[in-house]
Each structure stands twice: as C-alpha cells, then as structure tokens.
Write a new protein. Structure first.
Lengths: 198, 467
C-alpha cells in the first residue's frame, strides 16, 4: 500500500514563479473557500494574478503540464487554508523548490505529499532562469538526497528531517498509515460487545 | 490497580501503537454533517477507497440548512449545494442519512444520544468540535478535522495520543434557578479556556450524579470550550434509564447484557487521576458571559471585572473584549440591553431546555425591541415540544418557533446577528463574529436566562422572575 505514498524522487518539467512573499491569497483568492470541493481549485490557482498579468507563467502555454514549481522567498505566507496547496496540486504541481516557505503552508503541503525544498537564493535565481530557457527539460527533485538536478548541474535543496522522513517513507498520509493495520482493525472491532450486538 | 473509564475504553479500542507513538484507535461511531465532509468524501473518491464500516457512520443536515422555509431547493444556493453533496455522498457510499423526511433530523450532537446511537463505552468521532457532548452517556468522543474525517471513513480509525485525565468534581447541591449551563460556564471560568489542554475531563460529584442525561449533555458539550479534548460522565442508572427503548439502543435481552458491560466500564473506586479539581455547587449562581471567550463570565449579580485587576498578560484581551462588547469595567451585567434572544444549539436545544424557557416565557411577552428565536435541536425535540404545546406558549409570548438546525449558533444560514446587535444566547461560543455578524455581540447564558432577558429586554436574573 505505502509504496504509492513514497516521495523519494519527483521528476517533471519546471515552472518558475518569481517574486518573494507570495501569500496564500495570491495562490488561491479567498472567495473560492466556500466551495464544497477542492476539485475545481486547480483552475483557480493564481487566478487574480493571472488576470492582472497575461504573462504570468501559469498562463503560459510552454509551462502547461509542468510539475516542479520554482519560487522565491517566503512562498505561501498568510492564512492556514489547505486550499492553497490543493490548488497547486490540482493544477499539477508535485514538488516545490524555493528560497523559503510559510510554515503552515509547508505543513499543509506535507499532508498532501508535496515536498517543499529550500535552496540558496543564488541557486534559485539560476534555476528559475534555466527552467525559463528550457521549459521542456525535466527537473529532478531528490527528496532523499536533498538535491535538485537540472541538466548537468546539481544544487543542494533541504527538507527538514521530520517531513523528509514522512515523505520518503510514505507516512505523510495518515490514511495510508492507518490502513496498514489491515485485518487488525476488524479484529479489534470484533472484540467490542457493542459491535457484536451484545 | 483501579482503572478509569478512559483507561478501559482506550484499551478496548486500541488497534496498535503507531511508529509515532500515537495509538491507532478504533472509532465505534462516526457521525457526519453537511459542512465538514464534502472534501473528505472527495479525497476518498480520488484514492478509490471505500468506507471501511459503512454501518458505523450516520449523517444528518444541521449546520447550513435554513430553519424557516426548508423547501428544496433552499433559497441560499450554497446551502443547497452542500445539502445536495451530502445526499449524493451518502448515497454513493451507502451510508444512512437522517434528513427531514425521516423525522429524525437535527443537530448531530442532539440526535446521536436521542436515537440511542451514542452509547457508553464507545469511541465516537465527528467533524465538529462539540462532539464532546456524547461523553455524557459515558463515551469517549472527539471532534476531528476534515482530513481525519477521511481517515475514519477509510479506516474506521484515528491516530490519537491518549490524553491525561482530570476529574472535575461538583460537590454539594445547586440553588434554584441554577442550571447545567451555569455549572459548565463556572467550570470554564474557574479553570480557564486553556485549562483543559491535554486533558480529558471526567465530571463527577453529587451535582453531576443527580443531573438528568440532558443536563449532563449540556455539561459535556462545552468541555471543548474549557480546552479539554473530551469530557465524560460515568454510566449509571440515569444512563441506563435514558437509553432504554431508544431506537438504536439494544433491545430486550441484549439490553440487559449491554447494561452489564456499560456498568463494567465505569471508573473504579480508588482510581487515580492526573489531576482533581473541586467546585462547590452551592457557590454557583446564574452565569452570563460578558466578553469574547467563554471564560469571560460573571454571576448575574456581579459586575464586569476590570482589566487592571487581571494578571499583566491577560489585560490586552480584557481590554479588547470590553471594547468589542461596548462594556465598561465595573458595570453590572444585569441590565445590559439585548437585541436578540436565541434558545437552541447542541448545548441547550433539548426538550428540557425548551420546557424551562417556556416556564419563563409564560411570565411575560418578548420586549418590543427584541427579536427572539426558539430553535429546537432536532425534529424529535420539536415534535415532543409541540405535543406539550410549548410552541404555543412561545408564540403567544412573541418568540419565533423555528425548525431544527444549528441556526444562530454559528450564523451559517439566514439566522444571523445584524451589525452590532447584542444577543442573549443559549449556545456555546461568544467569539467575535460567531453569530454571523463581524461586529455582533454574544452573551452566553442558560435557556431560562435567555427567556428572562427576552422578556426584560435586557439581562435579568431569572430567579426573580421564577420567584
Ligand atoms: S449547534 Fe453550534 S456548536 Fe452545535 S454543532 Fe451546531 S454549530 Fe456546532
């Protein structure tokens, strides 16, 4: 079961969203929070930013299908809404490489199995430019080794120990961990007088 | 060694210890409602998972539904959409839904006990913080988040750390005009809104033992407001009498076997607790909150405290509370003018609550400037109240008689405060904006006190009216 949940390596095309302090309201505007489903969140990722800026990378054809987001400092600051990582995930993002992240946002990403890796300002600037120049080339994110590879360059990118273990071992998903108990669940239920109807 | 109910229930439901050190705890009863579940069901669908034990999950509609006109489609498109999703998910996953057509719909924490779904010795979870209510019958009941709702649906389990246990003893006896709501508001006031963090509360002592089941439900309901993860009362004869004949309680011989087990899971004499707190029941008077969290309360004969009399770190919150409420330190709470009166919610929306409110309503008419709502906690409560003619007493006194739902407890439907309106409310939270208006103000009190305030147009001492 848990093999599906292991997040050791993620490889996919990159998409750079330059700028610092991009908050969760930018990622998903508040008016989408009342929805009964996360299903449509992907369509609304960066909605207002995209309307204001036709050149926004999320509007650009060349980046459609990308799965590795490359961002600046303090990405995802602001509210605790799970909708922000949901929107990015449903758009197609599977890993985020950035200078730094809002703490709650990074935690919410882990719950969804999305690693957030921190790299130096210099490496981020290089990676954003490199990805923009060659949008068809894959970025390889190695959570276990804490590095990101693009072309022949390897940059250091860290994930704190706790989330790294959860991602690498596939235990970020509480449902998956609980499912591993298998038949012990039914066995425990079967011993309860009220489940047996007394 | 003598063991507590928490020890025994925890052990009986432990599936295994997780690598994180938490317990994988089997959940015996899962209750769901329309607001915190749609995303959980969606996650389940995406993971192509089934509901693990569909016969152990029950749903209802309560949070966002209207309480005036309930014809579908609802006037509010968001309420309609949430209800439609609930119907679809319950059908897709083959789960039982108590909707309006069943006559059993109501606030999730009212219908669980009244249907006999909630039973002693169970573990219970629901995507709603007031799940602690169900502890009144001797269950260990937790409020959970949306991702945990998914966990319970998919695995019938939760990953949980066992809380510490504090016994809260209410000694002596209560004076006339003092109700279960006053008891729990006093406990929260004395122990603080964060006082229970990390604890489960076992309520005990003569006052709790003498309480009816409905009164115990009121006490356990607000455990969460005191910071506790859950709260319970040991099952006793009151519990057994309450459950007998309930639709989902065991019947005939099975009921007798059940009572033996229920009694066996109660805390044993001599068991030890991580902490014990005692409160003298005779010291409790009708309580009114004056601030923006449920700890900020005074007896109705008292004055609003001054921030300067508080420890330094608490002063800013006190000042913020006074500013929001428009109160001055040293002002008596009695006489504070109200605009809205609300009797209802999972704290105080049961038949006995409506009975005492009706007793008071008989003594007068709702003041001209007050909008007063009575919202029964469930269809069954409404039916029983109507059979006794309570709705006519309320209507004759100028109260609106509504249909069952959460209503103005959280203002997710049309029942909202407007602007800075001041509400006398039998609900459980006085947080800023809780009753639907960002600037609205809430005074929490017992249903009897709400009815008294409605008639008086201002906070009144119900003991004077019932004299
Ligand atoms: S009545 Fe209020 S506290 Fe109770 S379940 Fe409904 S919204 Fe929550």
């Amino acid at each position: 079961m848990s093999t599906d949940f292991k997040r050791r390596q993620i490889t996919g095309r990159g998409i750079p969203v330059p700028g610092n302090d991009i908050d969760t309201d930018r990622i998903i505007p508040a008016r989408f929070l009342k929805a009964v489903t996360f299903e449509t969140m992907g369509e609304h990722a960066f909605e207002d930013a995209r309307k204001q800026n036709p050149e926004h990378p999320f509007n650009s054809k060349v980046f459609q299908g990308a799965s590795v987001l490359v961002v600046g400092q303090n990405f995802g600051c602001g509210s605790s809404r799970e909708h922000a990582p949901q929107a990015l995930m449903r758009w197609g993002i599977r890993a985020i490489v950035g200078g730094s992240f809002g703490e709650i946002f990074a935690g919410n990403c882990v719950i969804l199995g999305i690693p957030c890796l921190r790299a130096s300002q210099e490496d981020i600037e290089w990676l954003q430019k490199a990805v923009a120049r060659s949008p068809q080339q894959a970025v390889s994110v190695d959570v276990e080794k804490q590095e990101v590879r693009f072309g022949d360059r390897v940059i250091k990118a860290s994930v704190p120990d706790g989330p790294r273990n959860q991602l690498v071992n596939g235990t970020w998903d509480s449902t998956a961990v609980l499912l591993e108990a298998g038949a012990a669940i039914e066995a425990t239920a079967g011993r309860l007088p009220y489940v047996k109807g007394f | 060694m003598a063991r507590t109910l928490l020890d025994k229930v925890w052990e009986a439901h432990t599936v295994r210890t997780l690598p994180s050190g938490q317990t994988q705890l089997l959940i015996g009863l899962h209750l769901i409602h329309e607001v915190t579940t749609p995303q959980a069901f969606q996650m389940l669908k995406e993971l192509k998972l089934k509901v693990r034990m569909p016969e152990r999950t029950f749903g209802t509609l309560d949070h966002i539904i209207p309480t005036a006109d309930q014809t579908r489609p609802y006037a509010d498109p968001e309420a309609e959409e949430m209800a439609a999703h609930m119907y679809r998910n319950m059908k897709d996953f083959n789960l039982q839904l108590f909707d309006m057509s069943t006559g059993k719909q109501g606030i999730v924490h009212v219908i669980g006990p009244e249907l006999g779904l909630t039973q002693p010795g169970m573990t219970i979870a629901c995507g709603d913080s007031h799940t602690s209510t169900h502890g009144a019958v001797g269950a260990i009941a937790f409020g959970i988040g949306t991702t945990q709702v998914r966990d319970v649906l998919a695995t019938q389990c939760l990953a949980m750390a066992k809380p510490k246990l504090r016994q809260v003893r209410v000694e002596g006896a209560l004076a006339r005009g003092v109700y279960a709501k006053d008891v729990i508001l006093t406990i929260i006031n004395r122990l603080g809104v964060k006082g229970g963090v990390g604890y489960a509360y076992e309520y005990a002592g003569p006052v709790i033992e003498r309480m009816t089941m409905e009164e115990r439900l009121t006490v356990c309901n607000m455990s969460i407001e005191g910071g506790a993860r859950c709260g319970y009362v040991n099952p006793d004869q009151t519990t057994i009498d309450y459950l007998r004949g309930k639709p989902y309680a065991p019947a005939r011989e099975a009921f007798d076997r059940a009572t033996t087990w229920w009694k066996s899971i109660a805390t044993e004499p001599g068991a030890s607790f991580d902490d014990v707190k005692k409160i003298d029941g005779a010291s409790i008077e009708p309580v009114v909150t004056w601030g923006i969290n449920p700890e900020m309360s005074v007896g109705v004969s008292q004055r609003i405290p001054s921030p300067d009399a508080q420890p330094e770190p608490e002063r800013p919150t006190f000042r913020e509370a006074l500013a929001h409420m428009g109160f001055a330190a040293g002002q008596p709470i009695k006489g504070a003018r109200i605009d809205v009166a609300f009797v209802g919610s999972c704290t105080n929306g049961r038949l006995s609550d409506l009975r005492v409110a009706a007793e008071v309503a008989k003594k007068g008419k709702v003041a001209k400037h007050v909008r007063a709502l009575i919202v029964p906690g469930s269809q069954q409560v409404a039916k029983a109240a109507e059979a006794e003619g309570l709705h006519e007493i309320f209507q004759a006194a100028g109260f609106q008689w509504r249909k069952a739902g959460c209503s103005m407890c959280l203002g997710m439907n049309d029942d909202k405060l407007q602007g800075r309106e001041m509400s006398a409310s039998s609900s459980n939270r006085n947080f800023i904006g809780r009753q639907g208006s960002p600037t609205g103000r809430t005074l929490l009190m017992s249903p009897a006190m709400v009815a008294a305030a409605a008639i008086n147009g201002a906070v009144a001492d119900v003991r004077e009216i019932l004299r």
